[in-house]
Design a protein around this ligand. Structure first.
Ligand code: SF4
Ligand code: SF4
Length: 458
């Protein structure tokens, strides 16, 4: 079986399993409802919402367009503050760099935050394979609206309820309790591997956003910090942060700004109370520069990872691989429909571009106006051009064209029978009932209703 067919089969099975499993289905539905409310409420935070979205899209576009200059500026400023910047061309390169840094230190405690970029490079699997112990900081999973592992009703009310019932207090107490009870180990002797939300060129700053304070703990206490970020996370100026963070927050958390926003400009300086003694930023390309070579699809790099498109997509809100499952395959979302075939090859992931119904919901909810369905169509064109098209084959299209161009052929009961019995029915899938043809076509019904004489209704 080709890799493409194998990936597609697993994707299909994940979808069928999610819909069959009532627990999964209801969690995904409640995540969708949660996001519906956030997206509906988002415009109320802005005086001119459309203008805010346009401006944010421009900021991201500018960051990518000037990537080269921004990278140089970021590196210059960050290293001047004592930090180290490393470029990794792909996941293996990033893992090698991490392994090298770890080998230089004798600290035992390794803390990881659970972030898509760390999944993308396959960090957990790599560490397990090497027999390296680590602790996942997973408090945010409890609160994260997109995480499918809890069957709780996911909303802000739940966060408040948990804080009141389980942690009896505010966020600070939650953090204290988490630190004492869950980790029960010394943070201040730890190495942290974290993901940055943005990198800001004009201040050489690394930005972390979170809703629980978990990353703030990692920032303050761990002595060695390794920050992993895709090259698309770079923006030009700190003045752009407020709007970008606000749009992410209103579309992900339902607050104007995330509860914790931390900007770190390098290791601890003299006179500072806490912060890392050493800090590394690993820029990961991993196919992103390939996307830049596709002028029609490169807008996908403007994404600010709010998660709204995935949670509201009628396909991808149900089709999901669990975190870490299938290693690098953990990318069932509208973004992956565009990015993955380009980054990792149409010969393996072309099916993703055909998994979309082109309903347009993702574009409607996107806070940075990414026209996802259009980009997916560009990918389909690319896939077909490379011989990896899904759906009807050329001879089926030819037969249908012949049939649809002549009314007589279209109305023929024989042709209707052939259509039903042919591969078209198979394409419809086993999960859906192939509809019966109406006795009378729309053309005939309309002619009868309007009293217009045609050869069909005489
Ligand atoms: S257009 Fe496609 S990717 Fe976007 S929400 Fe609809 S089905 Fe999902
Ligand atoms: S593409 Fe999706 S995740 Fe990215 S900003 Fe738009 S809605 Fe959010």
């Amino acid at each position: 079986m080709s890799e493409l067919k194998d990936h597609y089969r697993r994707f299909y099975e994940r979808g069928v399993n999610a819909v069959r499993s009532k627990a999964d289905y209801s969690v995904y539905e409640s995540v969708g409802e949660y996001y519906e409310k956030l997206v509906a409420n988002a415009p109320s935070y802005y005086t001119r919402f459309d203008m805010a979205k346009k401006r944010a899209a421009f900021y991201k576009y500018k960051g990518i367009k000037n990537l080269h200059d921004n990278l140089i500026e970021f590196e210059g400023r960050f290293t001047a503050g004592g930090g180290k910047v490393i470029y990794a061309e792909n996941a293996a390169g990033a893992l090698n760099e991490i392994a090298f840094i770890l080998s230089q230190h004798t600290r035992k405690q390794l803390l990881l935050s659970s972030e898509p970029i760390l999944d993308e490079i396959g960090l957990e699997a790599y560490l397990s394979e090497k027999g390296q112990d680590y602790t996942m900081l997973s408090l945010h999973r409890l609160f994260a609206p997109v995480h499918p592992e809890t069957s709780e009703n996911i909303n802000k009310g739940l966060i408040k309820k948990l804080q009141a019932e389980k942690f009896s207090g505010n966020t600070v107490n939650v953090l204290d309790l988490y630190k004492k009870q869950s980790l029960n180990k010394a943070y201040d002797d730890a190495i942290s591997i974290m993901a940055a939300d943005s990198l800001v060129a004009d201040i050489g700053g690394v930005v972390f956003l979170d809703q629980t304070g978990e990353l703030a703990i990692q920032n303050s206490f761990s002595k060695i910090q390794i920050v992993v970020a895709g090259i698309d996370r770079l923006i030009s100026s700190v003045t752009e942060l407020e709007l970008l963070n606000a749009l992410k927050s209103t579309h992900r958390y339902g607050d104007y700004l995330p509860w914790n926003q931390t900007i770190v400009r390098g290791p601890k300086q003299e006179g500072e109370i806490d912060g890392p003694e050493e800090m590394y930023v690993i820029w990961v390309d991993n196919g992103r520069s390939k996307i830049m070579g596709y002028k029609d699809q490169r807008t996908i790099l403007n994404c600010i990872r709010c998660g709204a498109c995935e949670a509201l997509c009628p396909v991808f809100k149900f089709v999901k691989s669990k975190s870490g499952e299938n290693g690098h395959e953990n990318h069932d979302n509208p973004l992956a429909c565009v990015a993955l075939p380009i980054e990792r090859g149409f010969d393996k992931y072309a099916y993703l571009s055909f998994a979309c119904t082109l309903c347009g919901k993702c574009q409607e909810v996107c806070p940075v106006r990414i026209p996802l369905p259009e980009l997916i169509l560009f990918n389909r064109r690319e896939a077909v051009g490379r011989g990896h098209g899904f759906g009807l084959n050329k001879s089926q299209v030819k037969t249908l064209k012949k049939m649809f161009l002549k009314r007589k052929a279209m109305e023929s009961p024989y042709n209707k029978f052939v259509l039903k019995a042919s591969g078209i029915k198979k394409e419809f899938g086993a999960q859906r009932v192939f509809p019966d043809f109406s006795q009378k076509s729309f053309h005939v019904l309309w002619s009868e209703a309007s009293g217009i004489y045609t050869s069909q209704n005489k």
